[in-house]
Design a protein around this ligand. Structure first.
Ligand code: ATP
Ligand code: MG
Length: 208
């Protein structure tokens, strides 16, 4: 992640996730959001402790999830892995992340990219008002999640928000973990460099 303040007028996308593992659904959403909104770059922010997921299932170590995202975006212009939440430590709240990025890049315009499934739960977020003030919300469609309408009586009324269309890719990290544990291939669903990280670190080991 770049620690340099952004040049004035820079447009920065923030795409947070557990990325356990990262998959092409994430990457296709990120590059299409970048294109549709002329973002200079999209930060793939790896959650340290995703508050909604801890306790429900084992989450892979943050360093391993970061390594997969770094491998997946290496050499791709405009996509960056961000360790901001990992460096901060503790539970990862989007409000803290957008505030930190706003401070780091005071002249930049921030866009928070989320899948439609995440929009459905947005009312439960910590310090929602701080997030609402700091960003334009970018909703991307996701198979299985209701299409998000941007309207005065929709779920994002009161937000600066846009919905953008991305190819529907029915891929989830949950399914990929299951595939790995049952010995089915991840090929072409997870970028090859990230699969190498999975193999080298023996993540999602097959059930015996
Ligand atoms: P899990 O099944 O473990 O929840 P996931 O596939 O949903 O994993 P996350 O890390 O939870 O991945 O998601 C990070 C962000 O990416 C969220 O905003 C989510 O909505 C979005 N996202 C994940 N998969 C897709 C997809 N196939 N298409 C569009 N957006 C996606
Ligand atoms: Mg998810």
């Amino acid at each position: 992640m770049s620690e340099e303040p952004a040049p004035s007028g820079e447009r920065i996308g923030i795409f947070g996730g557990t990325f356990d593992p990262v998959h092409v659904g994430h990457l296709v959403a990120a590059v299409n959001a970048r294109h549709a909104l002329s973002l200079d770059r999209v930060l793939m922010v790896v959650a340290n402790e995703p508050w909604q997921k801890v306790g429900e299932r084992p989450v892979s170590p943050a360093e391993d999830r970061l390594a997969m995202v770094e491998a997946a975006v290496a050499g791709h212009e405009g996509l960056e892995a961000s360790a901001l939440e990992i460096e901060r430590g503790g539970t990862s709240y989007t409000a803290d992340t957008v505030e930190a990025l706003a401070k780091l890049h005071p002249a930049a315009e921030l866009f928070l990219i989320v899948g439609a499934d995440v929009v459905a739960g947005i009312e439960t977020w910590e310090r929602l008002d701080a997030v609402r003030q700091a960003v334009t919300l970018v909703s991307v469609n996701r198979p299985g999640a209701e299409t998000v309408e941007i309207s005065d009586d929709g779920p994002l009324s009161g937000w600066r928000a846009v919905a953008i269309e991305v190819p529907d890719l029915e891929i989830s990290s949950t399914d990929l973990r299951d595939r790995a544990q049952t010995g089915r291939p991840l090929d072409y669903l997870v970028p090859t460099p990230a699969i190498r990280v999975i193999r080298a670190r023996r993540l999602y080991a097959e059930r015996g």
